[in-house]
Design a protein around this ligand. Structure first.
Ligand SMILES: Nc1ncnc2c1ncn2[C@@H]1O[C@H](COP(=O)(O)OP(=O)(O)OP(=O)(O)O)[C@@H](O)[C@H]1O
Length: 334
């Protein structure tokens, strides 16, 4: 597993060892145990934007709630923002920002007042909270909304207000639980810019969960994949894509009668020569680093007089990675 990513600027700000949580539920005389998180080791370095991905019920929110002190682990240890999770939960809480899935703004209080109250709750003065709050409103495109109730804001504005609340006490480490769920594509990509800016302009470390693979791909230096309560991968999006599968190559020959010969030639480059699919005039397979093989393939096809109507190369996506690692497609679940 790769630990340090290009975004990393310093030492670890999260270090967890064997972090686990079992839930026990009782129905009548029957007791059921759910191992929501089964002993997680993870490291996040200062300045990284790390995406935490996994199928529904994999243990993402439970891990996040443990790392933010909202839930106590049944086993394991962690240091978060320089404080021991078990011995100094107050120290952890004061040093981090946490934006939950549902957010924490009241729909009826005025946005500015809420931000100030929230900052004071974290021990900063009213004046500091107001200065910082107004600065965040400016940075997060919330100008003019200080005196507005969240119930009158758009989804994107409300989500940015949630983020401002999580940042008002100036934490160096921010946890975002599904920050863009429910937003339209434009509001999502706008929020991505703001999240990147947290790192670029403030040097913050960001740990976020998401169901959107394009989000993880665009935003994260590193992706952690959790499945059945255990981490199953940790690497940059590029390395993950490279590691699971070759590029998908599809050739369409002009003359269907030549498909078998073309398939044989393509088979020489295939990851698995037994996995070349032919359907009518279309032939497809996976080829590692297709770009380096295609010129030769094209010359060979030409030499045999096989003309193509099209050729398409698709790089592996994070969904391919996800499918490979968990046996499930995140796209189906989102
Ligand atoms: N309070 C609880 N009591 C009992 N079981 C729980 C509790 N909270 C979570 N679980 C179970 O723990 C497992 C992990 O849940 P968790 O919410 O961490 O998953 P998740 O990866 O965040 O899922 P999602 O993507 O759907 O939000 C699930 O099987 C869930 O049903």
């Amino acid at each position: 597993m790769k630990r340090h990513s290009p975004g990393a600027r310093g030492g670890p700000v999260i270090e967890a060892h064997g972090l686990a949580r079992t839930f026990t539920t009782k129905r009548g005389r029957e007791t059921t145990e759910v191992k929501a998180v089964a002993g997680v080791d993870l490291t996040v370095d200062e300045g990284e934007i790390v995406g935490f991905l996994g199928p529904n019920g994999a243990g993402k929110t439970t891990t996040l709630r443990m790392l933010t002190t909202l839930l106590s682990p049944t086993a394991g240890t962690a240091t978060v923002a320089g404080h021991d999770l078990l011995r100094d939960p107050v120290g952890v809480r004061r040093s981090i920002g946490y934006v939950s899935q549902s957010g924490s703004t009241s729909p009826v209080a005025l946005a500015g007042e809420e931000i100030v109250d929230h900052g004071m709750l974290y021990g900063i003065s009213r004046r500091q909270a107001e200065t910082r709050g107004r600065e965040l409103f400016d940075q997060l495109d919330l100008d003019g909304l200080w005196q507005r109730k969240p119930s009158t804001m758009s989804g994107g504005q409300r989500r940015r207000l949630d983020i401002a609340m999580g940042l008002v006490h100036d934490p160096s480490l921010v946890f975002l639980d599904e920050p863009t769920t429910g937003l339209d594509p434009q509001a999502r990509s706008n929020l991505w810019t703001h999240i990147s800016d947290l790192r670029e302009k403030r040097g913050s470390t960001v740990f976020l969960t998401t169901h959107y693979l394009d989000e993880a791909d665009a935003l994260c230096d590193r992706i952690l994949v959790i499945d059945h309560g255990s981490i199953v991968a940790s690497d940059t999006p590029e390395n993950l894509k490279r590691s699971v599968a070759g590029d998908l190559v599809e050739l369409v020959v002009s003359d269907e009668a030549q498909a078998a010969v073309a398939a044989e030639l393509l088979g020489h480059d295939a990851d698995d020569p037994a996995e070349v699919e032919v359907q009518g005039a279309s032939i497809q397979t996976r080829v590692r680093d297709a770009g380096t093989h295609l010129p030769r393939l094209l010359r060979e096809l030409d030499a045999r007089g096989i003309a193509l109507t099209s050729i398409e190369v698709r790089r592996p996506t994070l969904d391919d990675v996800f499918l490979d690692l968990t046996g499930r497609s995140l796209r189906e679940e989102a």
